[in-house]
Design a protein around this ligand. Structure first.
Ligand SMILES: Nc1nc2c([nH]c(=O)n2[C@H]2C[C@H](O)[C@@H](COP(=O)(O)OP(=O)(O)OP(=O)(O)O)O2)c(=O)[nH]1
Length: 357
């Protein structure tokens, strides 16, 4: 039976042009030319033209079956599970929810999992942060420890991947696709187990807790995003000049004194973001600024504040001064990582680096 299953196994996934003009994505094993998959617009056609899945709110979604193949002579089983929700909120609010460390840990707890941050700090999850996920195989049963690293954290989505533990491959990602009325948040978990019958059993046992984790995560995004849509905003200015970025060093409170941040501050009630940034840059630096587009995603801050950063340039040849801060400093892309940034600002470093390129 096993041999027959292996013979039937095709590629473990794939992607191709969909009849709706987008791309289809097949997940799991392709048997006899038939794949299950999903696309953003409707039904999925692949292989011999057979459709699996169903259409709801304009998208097809399905739980893909466990796939099986041989790699280096070992039986490898890949399981891909998906859960998609439609979130009627702005893309920036949903991305903020996706990067919210508290929301992530809370949703995992609701699914019976534990999440502990082992690297990184603050409310926002940044690329390079590490977490330890403890997945229950059964209620009150043994737990599988999965050390994870954040590998993607941006406006288009979030992803963590295993960096050790018994499951050498475990990936959880959330793709965010903006639509006219809101955002499609497509959660996927893909994990791989090896071994014969014991591997098959392990794969089967893990499906239920992983499915619960995935469902709790997408539900948390749907329920958590509206809060970020109406959160009080702190605006920051990524002021650039000839490949240099202006950073300023905090004087207070004690826990943040000496750390670096971007010029800016809280937006007052009814005040447009641009007006708040103009006001803060005059007060803190004594200069006027031109304000451009947003840089990176909106970032959750402690106290349910949201940090939103805009690209900016000093008007004219005026030199910014540290009127309220300990110091200001121009830094190159290469020097960005040398500064002790506030926790949330660390999550912006990839976007700031890209701005300076
Ligand atoms: N301006 C700014 N604030 C930041 C950044 N990153 C970050 O976490 N924050 C936090 C620090 C503060 O808790 C909050 C900013 O609000 P604020 O500038 O009005 O706060 P503050 O503590 O300086 O208070 P205040 O004296 O200006 O009233 O956002 C950043 O890059 N720029």
């Amino acid at each position: 039976m096993l041999a027959a299953a292996l013979r039937d196994s095709g590629p473990l996934g794939g992607t191709g042009p969909c009849v709706h003009g987008g791309m289809w994505q097949a997940a799991g094993v392709v048997r006899a030319g038939v794949a299950r998959g999903w696309c953003g617009a409707g039904l999925v056609w692949c292989g011999a033209g057979v459709v699996r899945g169903w259409c709801g709110a304009g998208l097809v979604w399905c739980g893909a079956p466990a796939g099986m193949s041989r790699r280096a002579g070992r039986i490898v089983r890949v399981t891909t599970l998906r859960d998609t929700v439609f979130v009627p909120a702005s893309a920036r609010a949903v991305a903020a929810a996706a990067l919210d460390a508290e929301l992530f840990a809370g949703s995992a707890a609701r699914a019976g999992c534990w999440v502990r941050r082992t690297r990184g700090a603050g409310r926002v999850l940044a690329v390079g942060d590490e977490l330890r996920l403890s997945l229950p195989v059964a209620p009150r049963g043994p737990r599988v420890p999965i050390p994870l690293r954040v590998v993607r954290a941006g406006t288009a989505g979030f992803a963590v991947t295993a960096i050790g533990g018994p499951l050498r491959t475990f990936e959880l990602c959330t793709e965010l696709v903006e639509t006219a009325g809101g955002v499609l948040a497509a959660g996927t978990v893909r994990f791989l187990v090896t071994g014969g019958p014991s591997g098959a059993l392990a794969g089967r046992l893990l499906r239920r807790p992983v499915r619960r984790l995935l469902a709790a995560r997408t539900a948390a995004l749907r329920d958590g995003a509206p809060r970020w849509a109406s959160a009080p905003v702190v605006v920051g200015a990524a002021i650039v000049r000839d490949g240099w970025l202006l950073a300023q060093q905090r004087r207070y409170p004690r826990r943040d004194a000496g750390r670096w941040e971007l010029p800016g501050g809280r937006v007052e009630d009814g005040e447009p973001d641009a007006a708040a940034l103009t006001r803060e840059c005059r007060e803190e630096l004594g200069v006027d600024v031109w304000i451009g587009g947003p840089v990176g995603p909106d970032l959750p801050l402690p106290g349910d504040l949201l940090l939103r950063v805009y690209a900016a340039e000093v008007v004219g040849a005026a030199e910014p001064a540290a009127l309220e801060h300990r110091a200001v400093r121009w830094v190159t892309a290469g020097e960005l990582a040398e500064l002790d940034w506030l926790d949330a600002d660390r999550a912006l470093l990839p976007a700031l680096r890209a701005l300076l390129r």
